[in-house]
Design a binder for this molecule. Structure first.
Ligand SMILES: Nc1nc2c(ncn2[C@@H]2O[C@H](COP(=O)(O)OP(=O)(O)O)[C@@H](O)[C@H]2O)c(=O)[nH]1
Ligand SMILES: [Mg+2]
Length: 367
């Protein structure tokens, strides 16, 4: 999963670590070479000459004078060696190092669907943690990896949806699934139904997509296979009313969760967006779940922002991650709307869904 993004991040860690190494070789070693012959040798020569002169002129005072002077160069020498040792064992990166890295690798990140605003945040984060910080030479790679891990975590850690807790608190819990055409809403509903069934909850499906041909039959087919009840109206009927009926049905029959389908729509389609707003206004769902096709690329961010602006998204499902080697859209979407990812779709089967765990995601992507 996300092979391209993984490779890109691994290469980045190597490049930044190498930058630290290069800096040390170029800037520290010549200084070290220049300083060596100058300082320790010259004072010694001077002392010798002085001693010889003094011995010749006033032999008695010769032994008194060098004694208080000797500790000074020794101290300086010790301090110099300490500083040198520190320079050799630790490294510091500059702001320019990070800027150079991003200008060299920006295209690679963008082609993996990492949005510009995510890159800006990433760059700011790396600078805060890396610039002018002493990095122990032997641990440079480990340290840079750690900083990458923390920065990526800050991007994907946008809160948590405690689904099971929510179900226990409110019955029936109403989830409305929304998003672009073909993003994976209906399939995700079937998968979430299966997930809940396995946990012992009773879900009911609402055929709220009354717009697209065969959409009701598609949901009914899933319901049949899963043994889950589907509440439906006619094609062309009011989507908000279907969801309303499903909630009443769930209340009357002791169901735990309503999973409501809606028609796919583009944010530019005013009538359908108004319809979606009505579904939300009438039913006040507990969770508005945006389903994003992770293959959408950079347009996924625009879609997420527009849906969020229109109805307020609470959580995201990233579908089709199994066929997406890029993976940057995961970072981009949750960072753009600052909402958590609830599930990732990992295939076409009912079991192909996993809860999104930001820590595990970051560990996996850097492994
Ligand atoms: N490989 C893969 N395909 C998926 C996934 N989720 C949905 N699909 C497929 O995407 C297509 C559109 O899904 P559908 O649920 O009908 O999208 P909707 O229009 O948003 O309801 C179907 O062919 C699904 O089988 C997924 O996680 N992985
Ligand atoms: Mg559908």
């Amino acid at each position: 999963m996300f092979g391209l993004l993984k490779k890109s991040l691994k290469d980045s860690i190597k490049k930044i670590t190498r930058k630290a190494e290069e800096r040390e070789k170029i800037e520290e070693r010549p200084k070290e070479a220049k300083e060596k012959p100058k300082k320790p040798e010259k004072p010694k020569k001077k002392e010798k000459i002085e001693r010889i002169e003094k011995i010749e002129k006033k032999p008695e005072k010769v032994e008194e004078k060098p004694e208080p002077e000797e500790p000074e160069p020794e101290k300086r020498e010790r301090r110099r060696i300490f500083r040198l040792r520190e320079r050799i064992t630790t490294r510091r990166l500059s702001e320019k190092d990070i800027d150079d890295f991003f200008s060299e690798n920006e295209r690679d990140f963008l082609s993996n669907n990492v949005a510009v605003e995510v890159l800006d945040f990433f760059s700011k984060n790396l600078k805060e943690r890396l610039v002018d910080k002493p990095i122990k030479r032997v641990q440079a790679s480990k340290f840079v990896s750690q900083v990458f891990e923390e920065s990526l975590f800050a991007i994907v850690n946008q809160g948590e949806v405690k689904l099971e807790k929510m179900i226990k608190k409110k019955k029936p819990l109403c989830l409305v699934f929304l998003g672009f055409n073909g993003s994976g809403k209906t399939t995700s509903i079937a998968k979430v139904a299966k997930y809940l069934l396995k946990k012992g909850y009773k879900p009911v499906l609402a055929a709220g997509d009354t717009f697209r041909a065969a959409s009701i039959e598609q949901l009914e087919e899933h319901g049949r296979k899963l043994g889950v009840r589907v509440i439906k109206h006619q094609y062309g009927s009011d989507s908000a009313a279907v969801v309303f009926d499903a909630v009443r049905f769930a209340e009357a029959n002791n169901y735990d969760v309503v999973l409501a389908d809606t028609a796919g729509r583009a944010h530019t389609d005013k009538n359908l967006m108004d319809e979606l707003k009505k579904v939300v206004r009438v039913n006040k769902p507990d969770l508005k779940v945006l389903v994003v096709d992770s293959l959408t690329g950079n347009d996924a961010v625009e879609q997420a922002k527009q849906f969020h602006e229109a109805v307020g998204v609470d959580a995201v499902i990233m579908a089709k991650t199994d066929v997406n080697p890029k993976g940057g859209s995961i970072l981009s979407v949750c960072y753009a709307i600052k909402k958590p990812i609830l599930f990732m779709g990992t295939g076409q089967g009912y079991e192909d869904i996993i809860r999104f765990d930001p820590k595990k995601f970051v560990k996996d992507i850097l492994s």
